[in-house]
Design a binder for this molecule. Sequence first.
Ligand SMILES: Nc1nc2c(ncn2[C@@H]2O[C@H](COP(=O)(O)OP(=O)(O)OP(=O)(O)O)[C@@H](O)[C@H]2O)c(=O)[nH]1
Ligand SMILES: [Mg+2]
Length: 221
Amino acid sequence: MEVISLRRNVLQRYDEIARENRQLFNSKNILVINLLSSPGSGKTSIIEKTLEKIGNSLNVSIIVGDVQTTNDAERISKFNIPVVQLITNGACHLDSKMIKNALDKLELDNIEILIIENVGNLVCPSSYDLGENMKVVVFSTTEGTDKPLKYPSMFHRAEVVIINKIDLIPYTNFSLEDAKRYVLQLNPKTKIFETSCTTGEGVGEWCEWLLEKMKNINATK
Ligand SMILES: Nc1nc2c(ncn2[C@@H]2O[C@H](COP(=O)(O)OP(=O)(O)OP(=O)(O)O)[C@@H](O)[C@H]2O)c(=O)[nH]1
Ligand SMILES: [Mg+2]
């Protein structure tokens, strides 16, 4: 039976393509964010708020992955920036090959930040390297405080965790203090932001951090 080695070969091929993607992104000086969360935590809302704040000062392009519909790309299209919608037709995650194919639709020489909104899922996307510089996980207050502990692989790999929908905390039993403790327990280096896409609270801090990150990357070139 060759089933196990075949699966390993397929995953190895995805990793090779991810390495090629990363080399290409580095050669073009593009900061690539893999944006991850459960369905509905606020990934597209965070993209919208980020574009409102810094979309005019940086060249941002978006790749958005969904199982079905072009709803998210339509929401982002009002910003008049390049957006590619990937429809996975059932697959629960994006992979490096899908990203490589999507790059044909983008002008890489004109991109400073590429945000890839992954399919809403806290399990599958964590194992697939797309060639990104960093994983940013959005975790909303309506999901329950214990999600980092229940889905550790996703949180362990995140450079940034955005705790979103903080405006809804009074209506839930969510504990901000415990949630942050769980995130840091899995990875003490994780940078945590607390945001509300409804009130705009905390979005400025996230955008400032992102701009600073861009500055540091440019300084080391
Ligand atoms: N109250 C509140 N609602 C929010 C916030 N952020 C997003 N929402 C709402 O939550 C719902 C889902 O937000 P989306 O941005 O579509 O979430 P998503 O993670 O992109 O969803 P999928 O792509 O389907 O996984 C929408 O109705 C948003 O308006 C927030 O900070 N507070
Ligand atoms: Mg979305």
